[in-house]
Design a protein around this ligand. Structure first.
Ligand code: OKP
Ligand code: ZN
Length: 343
């Protein structure tokens, strides 16, 4: 299959993040995408193409317009304010505070538009976000034009970003953008299958009250795993979306036997829904050696994941999300894709 990739992702680098009371170098770093690209080449997955530029209209179909307009202003405003370091929130409008009045200071606005301190800006961040968005849409167009599948090598990832907030390394929700784009191009139903280790809280929020986008998440139980405040099994959708959101929270230590049983159930739901296209939020942080995750999938499991998804027999768009075991990230992500192609 074809891969869409942009070198502009690399300008989003050098971030620090808060882990267990310490500020440490960010796990979501540029080498992730470079390892994946190198593996796409060495495995001869297919051609690697540059993204086409797109207007932000498709982003505003799933995100609040003011949120999307805010993102490119962050770094220039942070510079104007004379703040050092990377642009990062430090106050959030949680229970008991006003969440409806945007303040007039860039560091405060960052809190207004985020749910954690995990989505930080440096000089090249906006260009990377925009390139990741363009990568997603360009890959989506390939599948719309008749390719069986395509790989959007997105960086930064997207699935924690909600309609009007960033967080967890995510800014624009690339999977949500492409799902909506397919609907706007005439698809009657779209299924999103999120196999990243972390619950895709942003994607769930965006489609929670809709029956035209089926949302399925396999992830670490939020009782003990990030993002903690969404992703429980009883979240089944609301209004006409009731029954169109499915969560499979799993315990630390989960390996292929239990994980693949959840995938089997998820695939049965996707098949029953009969979507026009499947969008896979492809995180490979389920890997046994992932530095921030607790599942135990092995490199040999990823091709089997791809084979199972291929068995659905549906047009499929893979959108890159997480995975932090940098040495193996290419082996595992491209393992899914070759497993799919060879099925
Ligand atoms: C993004 B994606 C590690 C803290 C982790 C954020 C994780 C974001 C994951 N102790 N904080 O879903 O891979
Ligand atoms: Zn993740």
């Amino acid at each position: 299959m074809k891969t869409i990739f942009s070198p502009l992702h690399a300008g989003h680098g050098g971030q620090m993040e808060l882990v267990s009371g310490q500020i440490v170098p960010g796990f979501e770093k540029p080498s992730r995408a470079e390892f994946i690209k190198a593996r796409v080449e060495s495995e001869k997955l297919g051609p690697i193409l540059a993204p086409k530029e797109h207007s932000l209209d498709a982003a505003k179909r799933v995100h609040a317009s003011d949120y999307i307009d805010f993102l490119p202003t962050v770094w220039p405003e942070w510079q104007n304010a004379g703040f050092p370091g990377s642009a990062m929130a430090f106050t959030w409008p949680t229970r008991g505070l006003r969440g409806d009045v945007p303040p007039k200071r860039i560091d405060a606005l960052l809190g207004y538009y985020s749910f954690d301190a995990g989505a930080t800006f440096v000089k090249g961040t906006w260009d990377a976000i925009k390139s990741s968005y363009d990568v997603g849409l360009t890959a989506a167009e390939l599948v719309k034009a008749g390719e069986r599948a395509a790989f959007a090598l997105c960086r930064p990832p997207g699935h924690h970003a909600g309609a009007a907030f960033m967080g967890g390394y995510c800014f624009i929700n690339n999977a949500a953008v492409v799902a909506q784009w397919y609907r706007d191009q005439g698809a009657a139903r779209v299924a999103i299958l999120d196999v990243d280790y972390h619950h895709g809280n942003g994607t769930q929020e965006i489609f929670y009250e809709r029956d035209d986008v089926l949302m399925i998440n396999l992830h670490g139980d939020p009782m003990t795993e990030y993002p903690f405040f969404l992703g429980h099994a009883d979240e089944r959708g609301a209004g006409k979306g009731e029954g169109f959101n499915h969560n499979y929270p799993m315990q630390p230590g989960t390996a292929w036997d239990k994980w693949s049983a959840a995938l089997e159930d998820a695939c049965a739901k996707v098949a029953a829904y009969a979507p026009d296209v499947v969008v896979v939020s492809l995180g490979v942080d389920t890997f046994e050696k992932d530095p921030i995750s607790q599942f135990k999938l092995k490199s040999s499991d990823y091709p089997r994941m791809g084979e199972r998804i291929a068995k659905l027999g549906l047009p499929t768009l893979f959108v890159m999300e997480g995975g932090y075991a940098v040495e193996e990230i290419g082996i595992n992500a491209v393992g899914v894709l070759t497993g799919f192609d060879n099925a």
